[in-house]
Structure formats: C-alpha cells, structure tokens
Design a protein around this ligand. Structure first.
Ligand SMILES: [Zn+2]
Ligand SMILES: [Zn+2]
Length: 335
C-alpha cells in the first residue's frame, strides 16, 4: 500500500505522512505534538505506527514539534548534519558551541543511548503529549555554514528515556546527505538540495512499490537540479507560496518581502505555474500545491494560476490538481 497524507502545509506548520508497504514516515514536524496527533486522528492515521521523522530544514514551521513528537513516539529523526546542528543551536541559542564541541556532544548522546538501550520502553498506549514538554519557541539563530563532515553513527534501535533537561535530546539521530539516496524500511528516500535560506535545506523523492512522490517546498526558484528531480514522478507536491502582486502590496515589511522574493526565499504562484507549463514533464497523476501563504495568497488564485498552466497543455488534463491547507488535513491519496 502506498499513501500520501498532507496533515498541514503553510508558514504555521508543515507535516506529511508517507506510507509505503509496512513503513510510515513523517515528513517534517512543524505542528505541536498535540496538534499533530489530532490531525492524524482526523486523517485516520495512527501516530504509533510512524517509523521515523525526516526533516527538510530547520525553520520553525518544519520542526516546531519535533523533539516532543520524536520522544513521545521513540522514533529516529533523519537530518542532514548541518540541519541537525542548526536545530540544536536553535534550541540552545545562548550556548556557544564550536564544531568540535558539537561532535563531542553527539558522541556523548550516542553513548548515553547505547548505555541505556533496553533500560526502558516508551509506553505507546500513553499518547497524550506531556504539557510539561511544551513545544519550545526559542529565539531564531542564523545558521552558519559547515565544512563537510563524516557521518556520526547513532543507534536507531533503542528507545531510552530522555536525560534530564537536555532540549536537544532525541531517541535516535540518523544522518543523510543531499544526493545520496537511502532507505527507511520499505521506502526509498532521495534527498536533493533546494535553494532556500536555511543551513542545508532539502526536498525529497520518496519511492515505494514503484510509486514516486516528490516533495518540494521552501525554495526560491526551481534550479536545474530540482527540475531534474521532479521528472517521472507519480505525485508532485510543489510550493505555490504567494501571488506576486499580493506580496508586493501586502502587510510584510520590505525586508521580509525581499527575503521571500529572493533566490533563497519561496516559490510564487507565477513561478510554480511557469514550471508546470514549461519545465514539468506532466507525468504525475496528482499535483499538490503547497505552503500557501495566508497573508499573500488565496487558494483560488493559486489554483487558477496552476490550472491555467496545466490547461495550456492538453496532454496534462489527466493531472489532478489539489491544494494542501494549513488548518486541515488533505484527504489521503492512495496508489
Ligand atoms: Zn516553510
Ligand atoms: Zn523554510
């Protein structure tokens, strides 16, 4: 069975469940744990069956509920090492950490996990999120660029209890690199670099049972690399963030407008539709417009702009166009 369920999409939180065979992956954890579980119940998804969380980048709308959710479910989190580091710095903004200290901290945490393996099991029946573990909202810290790093092995199989008061503690951490596909159970995951103002942001192509699903939001433009990744997919989830006119005339301060419009900002309706008209191969049965801005876009505007692009190509009429929403899950797509 292959299923794709967008639970939330937009600047207030992003979460999607990808199911392939016996494996279920949560893509981004931008909702609070409590809200995530509520959305999953609405979408008839069981949080206890999630096997892993994969993270696109460390912006708050993608990681806000990460620590609480991963701990509650006792499942591994897959990051690039730069994103993991940026996330840790975001949670501990006042702590100055050199790269060597960070490596040392990762080793210590891995050793702790190994030492405590099997010492305790999480209780999957107890799925309420602990209010004391309220999702944090620390000050955002600009990520710094990183040198290339070798992978730090972390045990994924153990579910030890969290050490006291370490906000960065996770049950298990696994690293991946853009351009290097890996497997999580029955799902193969191909991460690719996207142009966005985060430490090491990625999009994904997920493949299970021969079905390919592409995931590309939070990108300033569609680079040749991204375009190549979006070929031959059965499902395309693509950002359609803002209407250019609405953004220009809208409430954001000028500096924020410049950021959104930049080559490392967000994809406009116009840019998404230009891709659908001129760069897209038309192979997807489903095209999902995602990460719509609530301030600078209207769902109908995004839809009409994309429909116009697709209807200009008669061969693409079989593409089903859907819109992912911020406040409610999109009906699950089955293959
Ligand atoms: Zn985002
Ligand atoms: Zn972002």
């Amino acid at each position: 069975m292959v299923r794709f369920t967008v639970l939330a999409s937009g600047s207030k939180g992003n979460c999607t469940v990808v199911t392939g065979g016996r494996t279920r992956i949560l893509v981004d954890a931008g909702l609070s744990c409590r809200e995530l579980f509520r959305r999953m119940a609405l979408a008839e998804e069981d949080p206890r069956t999630l096997d892993a969380i994969v993270i696109t980048h460390e912006h708050q709308d993608h990681i806000n509920g990460l620590a609480v959710t991963a701990r509650k479910l006792g499942i591994p989190v897959y990051f690039t090492d730069a994103t993991h580091r940026a996330w840790m710095r975001w949670l501990t903004p006042r702590r100055q950490m050199t790269y060597a200290q960070w490596i040392e901290q990762c080793r210590k945490q891995a050793a702790e996990r190994q030492a405590e393996a099997g010492a305790a099991e999480s209780d999957p029946a107890q799925l309420d999120c602990d209010p004391e573990e309220a999702d944090s909202t620390p000050i955002s810290v600009a990520p710094e660029s990183l040198p290339a790093v070798t992978t730090i092995p972390e045990p994924a199989e153990s579910i030890p209890p969290a050490p006291a008061k370490d906000p960065t503690w996770l049950p298990a951490v696994e690293y991946f690199q853009a351009g290097q596909p890996f497997e999580i159970g029955d799902i193969s995951v191909s991460p690719f670099t996207i142009p966005h103002d985060a430490a090491d942001p990625v999009g994904f192509v997920f493949r299970a049972e021969g079905v390919r699903m592409a995931f590309a939001t939070d990108l300033g433009y569609i680079s040749p690399n991204v375009k190549a990744q979006l070929k031959c997919v059965d499902l395309l989830l693509l950002e359609s963030n803002h209407d250019l006119e609405m953004l220009r005339d809208g409430p954001y301060p000028w500096s924020v407008k410049q950021r959104v419009l930049s080559r490392v900002g967000h994809l406009s309706n116009e840019a998404a539709s230009d891709f659908l008209e001129n760069g897209y191969d038309g192979q997807a049965a489903y095209v999902i417009l995602a990460h719509l801005s609530e301030s600078n876009n209207l769902p109908e505007l995004a839809r009409v702009t994309a429909e116009r692009a697709l209807s200009g190509r008669a061969s693409l009429l079989a593409n089903r166009l859907l819109l992912a929403a911020q406040d409610e899950p999109l009906s699950a797509i089955h293959f």
